[in-house]
Design a protein around this ligand. Structure first.
Ligand code: A3P
Ligand code: MG
Ligand code: MG
Length: 382
């Protein structure tokens, strides 16, 4: 089992006044055996089209279609089309859990029929985005970016939705042209690696539209916490060793070319942790990386099997540990259950974390932070 991480550790009574408990994040507190994590099972799928409209199907799923060699010839040109073949999603529109809740509402009869001892409409302790959990997993090792997570308990299930921090917002709004092109290149890499049909070939000449997404909804369990979460998936490999979803999914990534053992070690320490957490959570079995040169060309590919990543980092003392990430996540979810006990979709607890500090929270009643939409509350109350 997981080490006990007493939530009270960071909280201290000040002059006799009750101080809300906090949750410490130091890796050493969570170093222990890997906790129970049930093999994720795909529960559903949905797509967002070029206009960002929701569809309860897999129409946006693309298929892994890599070049024959590990060194694509000619090299991919990830900068191609940045000026004229790029349709960007409006990141200023905060979507919250919207599309995931649409999926839940659309599947409410089936979710209810699954039966829940507690009589809940959704048979899960937590509903959230995979990306939010990725941030929780990497927290013990993160030194740059904090996070804000809003939590409401509604009919027995805790909903977790990210709130953009002021720092993240400022970064997003002031992103340099160079960083924007870098983001484009990540999507362009997908165009070179994916086809629209299982037997098709990539067509990298088309428009990159970041409104489009295919998402998998998975069910799993971490320790005593049952989880239902959705995550965006880059493609499926119709010819892979694991044909069933979610193991058939492949995560695509780009990264600066590595030229020295020191650069590779730093990549393992600071970047691979995020790649691992993102793919391990939903049971995506493979990550295929394209290493790009300064001119935006990709001439080298490398495959990482998600379940073998821990072997790559094991020899490096001072590197991150998967068990620490998972034990911290388990403790964080237990912390949420302990703090958020009033079943009320209008009540929001904001959990805040900044590097170097413990996780703290504040309580908000009233409109400002409410994130479960009225239509959802109504649908799930019937
Ligand atoms: P990389 O994968 O090369 O980083 P994902 O890999 O999660 O499927 O995301 C696809 C691409 O979206 C990323 O490519 C990156 O270019 C862009 N992206 C993802 N998260 C981002 C973020 N927080 N800020 C800027 N760009 C991001
Ligand atoms: Mg993606
Ligand atoms: Mg990707």
């Amino acid at each position: 089992g997981a080490p006990e991480a007493p939530a009270e550790l960071g909280g201290s009574p000040k002059r006799g006044r009750w101080a809300p408990p906090t949750l410490p994040t130091e890796p050493a507190l969570y170093d222990g055996p890997f906790p129970f994590y049930r093999r994720p099972a795909e529960e559903g799928r949905f797509s967002l089209d070029a206009q960002r409209c929701y569809h309860p199907d897999a129409r946006q799923l693309r298929y892994f279609a890599p070049p024959r060699a590990e060194r694509p010839e000619p090299a991919f040109d990830l900068r191609h089309g940045y000026r004229d073949l790029y349709v960007r999603r409006d990141e200023g529109r905060r979507e919250g859990l919207e599309h995931l809740l649409q999926w839940v509402a659309g599947n409410r009869d089936r979710l209810r029929a699954q039966g829940d001892a507690a009589g809940r409409p959704v048979n899960a302790d937590f509903v959230t985005w995979r990306g939010h959990l990725t941030k929780v997993l990497t927290t013990p090792y993160e030194s740059q970016e904090g996070w804000l997570l809003a939590v409401s308990l509604f009919r027995g299930t805790l909903y977790v939705s990210e709130v953009e921090t002021p720092a993240a917002r400022q970064q997003r709004e002031q992103r340099s042209d160079m960083l924007q092109e870098l983001a484009y290149m990540g999507y362009k890499f997908e165009r070179y690696m994916c086809a629209d049909t299982p037997d098709g070939s990539p067509d990298p000449t088309g428009v990159v539209n970041t409104n489009e997404a295919f998402c998998t909804v998975v069910r799993t369990r971490l320790g005593s916490h049952s989880l239902l979460f959705a995550g965006e998936v880059d493609c499926a490999d119709p010819r892979g060793a694991w044909p069933e979803p979610p193991a058939c999914y492949v995560e695509l990534k780009t990264c600066k070319e590595l030229h020295s053992p020191a650069q590779r070690r730093s990549f393992y320490r600071y970047k691979l942790i995020k790649w691992w957490a993102q793919s391990f959570l939903p049971g995506v079995s493979r990550i295929v990386a394209g290493f790009r040169a300064p001119d935006g060309s990709v001439a080298t590919l490398e495959t990482f099997e998600t379940m073998k990543i821990f072997q790559l980092i094991r020899g490096d003392r001072g590197c991150w540990k998967p068990a620490v990430c998972m034990n911290f996540c388990e403790a964080f979810l237990a912390f949420l259950k302990k703090v958020v006990t009033e079943d009320d979709p209008q009540l929001v607890h904001l959990f805040a974390w900044e590097p170097g500090r413990p996780v703290s929270y504040s309580r908000h009643q009233g409109a400002e932070h409410v994130f479960l939409p009225a239509w959802y509350v109504e649908t799930m109350s019937g």
